[in-house]
Design a protein around this ligand. Structure first.
Ligand code: NAI
Ligand code: 15L
Length: 273
């Protein structure tokens, strides 16, 4: 980390995996303030580097040697790449489970000391929407995808305890331009609030392995971030401004998973064969 005259902390080279994805494209526009060089990676096609402040490095996260090369020379990693919805286990295995192992092994071997892991609310998706959780609540993954994020959090915990690599695991709720349904009135995370949370996750000292729920300052939430208070994250946006639009949608049956479980429809995905 190098201080600048504007007092905005920066790293020299910051790696973003999943850079071709929905959040990756948004973050590509926003992370320049935190790094001299942004290294952008994905298995899918990326726009070419727009200048010397960007490096584009295609990589399949399931390829250990390729990930090792990808991580060389970076100072911190925002790990957003992988399968982002419920899919058959075999699809998730390579990208998410092996992929996250490859990221941590490469971090260890190259001496990278800070990772921000895009975890998900689906590690606790089988809790009901009337239950309040914190970071110490036992996990209840709602599918293979949620299980892969749960494994990623355990990987983060192990690599801190064993090798001192610090991670903030952000259990992202629903990060889209707007909440898309009633459930997302509770889970929505605005792009501005996500960006603030990434800044805190990158530059707060001594985070060890911190788990934080990624949500905006929504009126009704299910998650308590008391164990992540040291990050100093204070969401500024609220889903409330979209309430009329969301409530104009047809009502959801009271027994629909979307209205019952924190993970919504993910709990009912599968079986796949
Ligand atoms: P996305 O699906 O749009 O982006 C994920 C990216 O990962 C894609 O560009 C895809 O090509 C890439 N990818 C998939 N397999 C790969 C592989 N084997 N090697 C390299 N890259 C691979 O998802 P989105 O919405 O941008 O989410 C980004 C991250 O945040 C994901 O890890 C997701 O699980 C997590 N997240 C997102 C939430 C949201 O509301 N958008 C909520 C919770 C978690
Ligand atoms: C996730 O983990 C997914 O990546 C995202 O596409 C949304 O479905 C989000 O959770 C959600 O729960 O709304």
């Amino acid at each position: 980390m190098t201080p600048t005259s504007s007092a905005q902390p920066r790293v020299n080279r910051l790696l973003l995996t999943g850079a071709a994805g929905g959040l990756g494209k948004v973050l590509r526009q926003r992370l320049g303030q935190y790094a001299d060089i942004l290294r952008l990676s994905d298995i899918s096609q990326l726009e070419p580097a727009s200048g010397p402040h960007e490096e584009v490095v295609p990589c399949d996260l399931s390829d250990k040697a390729a990930v090792h090369a990808l991580v060389e020379g970076v100072d911190a990693i925002l790990h957003f790449g992988g399968v982002s919805v419920e899919r058959p286990f075999e699809e998730i295995l390579g990208a998410n489970i092996s992929g996250t192992f490859h990221i941590y092994e490469a971090a260890r071997r190259h001496g990278v000391k800070r990772v921000v892991f895009a975890s998900s609310n689906h590690v606790i998706g089988f809790y009901k929407q009337d239950q309040e959780l914190d970071a110490l609540s036992p996990r209840r993954p709602d599918g293979y995808y949620g299980l892969s994020k749960s494994y990623g959090e355990d990987m983060a915990s192990f690599y801190f305890d064993r090798y001192g690599i610090e991670t903030v695991s952000i259990r992202i709720g629903s990060s889209f331009p707007e909440p898309q349904n009633r459930r997302m009135m509770s889970t929505w995370l605005s792009f501005d609030d996500l960006t603030q949370l990434l800044e805190k996750s990158l530059f707060t000292a001594n985070v060890g392995h911190t788990i934080v729920y990624g949500m905006s300052d929504n009126a009704k939430v299910w998650w308590d971030n008391r164990y992540a208070a040291h990050l100093g994250f204070h969401a500024k946006d609220s889903s409330e401004v979209f309430r009329d639009k969301v409530e104009a949608q047809p009502p959801v049956a009271a027994n629909d998973p979307a209205a019952v479980y924190q993970g919504g429809a993910f709990v009912a995905a599968g079986p796949f064969e």
